[in-house]
Design a binder for this molecule. Structure first.
Ligand code: 5GP
Length: 132
């Protein structure tokens, strides 16, 4: 059965998309730790990121870098932190998290409740920065 992220990539489940190429897809995490919290996924459906072949993992990291640079332009922050867990969704993904301090990365922190308009604005701003 298709993962929830495959359904998002295929447009069967809505998301706030920020970037896409032929192999990778990036969209806002629906339960963000901070504004701009983004997930980067391969279109190839694979559970564990470290089961990706070396070339695909490298290309995914380069794609994630381009998205991180776009987030940094769109969302005021000191750095973009990166995390890989995959404890909830069995489809490889990288979390990109705008941070100002170390504790912004604590995954068990309370999640933000954003309106649809806020998600749309953030996604639009990141997408614009990514396209430049
Ligand atoms: P992990 O698998 O890395 O532990 O966490 C999965 C992440 O995916 C969580 O941060 C969760 O909020 C996010 N997530 C789960 N389901 C959806 C969804 O349907 N849409 C979006 N945008 N994010 C999701």
């Amino acid at each position: 059965m298709a993962t929830i992220f495959t359904k998002i990539i295929n447009g069967e489940i809505p998301c706030y998309k920020v970037a896409e190429d032929d192999r990778f897809f990036a969209f806002l995490d629906i339960n963000p730790l901070v504004k701009g919290h983004t997930l980067v996924v391969p279109k190839q459906e694979i559970d564990y990121i470290f089961d990706l072949d070396d070339e695909t993992l490298g290309a995914m990291q380069v794609f994630a870098k381009s998205v991180a640079l776009a987030i940094q332009k769109a969302v005021p922050c000191k750095r973009i932190g990166q995390a890989v867990m995959g404890m909830e969704v069995p489809h490889a993904h990288i979390h990109l998290i705008p941070i100002n301090k170390e504790s912004d990365m604590i995954i068990s922190n309370p999640k933000l409740k954003l309106s649809a308009e806020e998600f749309q604005t953030i996604a639009h701003d990141i997408q614009q920065a990514w396209n430049k």
